[in-house]
Design a protein around this ligand. Sequence first.
Ligand SMILES: Cc1ncc(COP(=O)(O)O)c(C=O)c1O
Length: 405
Amino acid sequence: MLEHPTTKPRDGFQWKIDEMVARVDDAKANETYYYQQAVRELDGAWVLTEEGRKLMFATYSYLGLLGHPDINRAAQEAIERYGTGTHGVRLLGGTLDIHLELEKTIARFHGREDAIVFSSGYVTNLATISTIVGKGDWVISDKWNHASIVDGCVLARGHFVRFRHNDMKDLERRLQQAPEDAGKLVVADAVFSMDGDIFPLPEAVELCRKYNARLMIDEAHSLGVLGATGHGIEEHFGMPGVIDVKMGTLSKTIPGVGGYITADQELITFLKHAARAFIFSAALPPPVAAACKAGFEVIEREGVERNRILSRNVEHFIQGLQARGFDTGVSVTPIVPIMTYDEEKAFLMTKYCQDNGVFVLPVVPPAVPHGKSRLRANVTAAHTIEDIGFALDVFEAAGKFAGVI
Ligand SMILES: Cc1ncc(COP(=O)(O)O)c(C=O)c1O
């Protein structure tokens, strides 16, 4: 008879598991572990956790649409009509009329011919880049791009190179290195997710045209945020229709889950029949698809006013932090890094904020380079001026407590 081992078997994987577990245990022992903290209830910009009521600064709900009555109602009606799941993958029995309506709504919103929806934003980048970029092709990616773009480039079978962040001279150098007849995909975030700065679209478009490259832009943090009506980076620069492959998520400004590509009809047809994550993975649940469609419709109706409040809040928040002596890096958007540089100080500052009613989280290596630790505070249209005033006071006290200012 086989005996059960009394200790866990050691193998070549165990060291990295031990290392991570020790890091997590350490943070928990020091009471500085705030990841995966459960929210019990929402109340506008405030949330209820086990430790009490806190003002949320770790949300991507930039226009404050989470809990919007029209969006909630759309989800409830979809459950009544279709149930909670689908019959499987989109290509076979999983497509509902609500999926097609969502794709039409997205395409119309962005002024494109068609759209394809995937089960997450992460999967959208992974699937799209690895499907478009094959052997002999080049993918040229900004160094600060989101992990899902990087992973898509790694998965792609083509040649993967990076250019220095927002550096158009370096992008041109990379474009010159690629063979003239190779497929070339340049890919970048519209708003960079750790630093809150904006990609220089006009210069990139010019270079892509010069070198016959396609441009893919990830609008995860610019949908609802950039442009006076919240339509994204093309509206911000007054350049409608210049992006070849426009990617977005349904989990940030749009309060659901999923991701999409919107583009010309041909590219969408190609992706719908070649992207493995579309072909071999189940369709979005009906309440999510319905909520996302309603989300775009709410932006069309209320985007201008909500965007005006968001812009006011961004300005007020960044100026308030800078006046108190914080370094907010290069941010000009609702993603506001509060630089601590030191990892320990980021955890200390977080603890002070969390203990004093502000829900904010640290971003530390490997998510950012060593020596670039920070708190990432996202301000939204749901915050009032009084909310921001309260948060600024807490951040100031936390910064002094941790020795950041
Ligand atoms: C720029 C960017 N792209 C893609 C994603 C992935 O989106 P999702 O969380 O919807 O999977 C994120 C997530 O934070 C992101 O910041």
